[in-house]
Design a protein around this ligand. Structure first.
Ligand SMILES: [Zn+2]
Length: 112
C-alpha cells in the first residue's frame, strides 16, 4: 500500500496533496465496472444466460473472484491513471525540476 515519495527516474513527487489518492477510487470503480461489463458480454457470448438456471450467479461469482484476484494490480493502475490526470508529461524532464507540491503535510503522508 505504501508508495515511494518520488519517481525513481524523474524525481516527480507522487503525493501531490494530503489524501491525493482518495480520488483514485473513482478511477478504480470505473475500471471495475468496465471489466465487469466485459466479462458479462464474454460470458453471454460463450456460455450464455438463461432464466431457467443459475448461470447468471455463476458469472457473478466468477466476476467477483476475478476482481478480488486482480485488485492489487487494479489499485496500482488506478493510482497511475489518477496521477496522470494531474501531472502532464514534460519532454524536458531531464533538465527541469518537477513542480513541488505545496499542499502536503509531512505528518499526514500516505494517509489516503
Ligand atoms: Zn517519473
Amino acid at each position: 500500500m505504501k508508495m515511494p515519495e518520488k519517481c525513481q527516474v524523474c524525481k516527480q513527487p507522487l503525493e501531490l496533496e494530503v489524501g491525493f489518492y482518495y480520488g483514485s477510487a473513482y478511477v478504480s470503480y470505473a475500471l471495475t465496472v468496465a471489466l465487469s461489463a466485459f466479462t458479462f458480454v464474454l460470458w453471454w457470448l460463450v456460455i450464455g444466460f438463461s432464466l431457467d438456471d443459475n448461470r447468471v450467479f455463476y458469472w457473478l461469482i466468477t466476476n467477483a473472484v476475478i476482481l478480488i484476484l486482480i485488485q492489487p494490480y487494479l489499485m496500482r493502475f488506478a493510482r497511475a491513471l489518477w496521477l496522470s490526470f494531474f501531472v502532464s508529461y514534460n519532454k524536458n524532464w531531464r533538465e527541469l525540476e518537477p513542480v513541488q507540491p505545496e499542499r502536503t503535510n509531512e505528518a499526514q503522508k500516505n494517509a489516503w
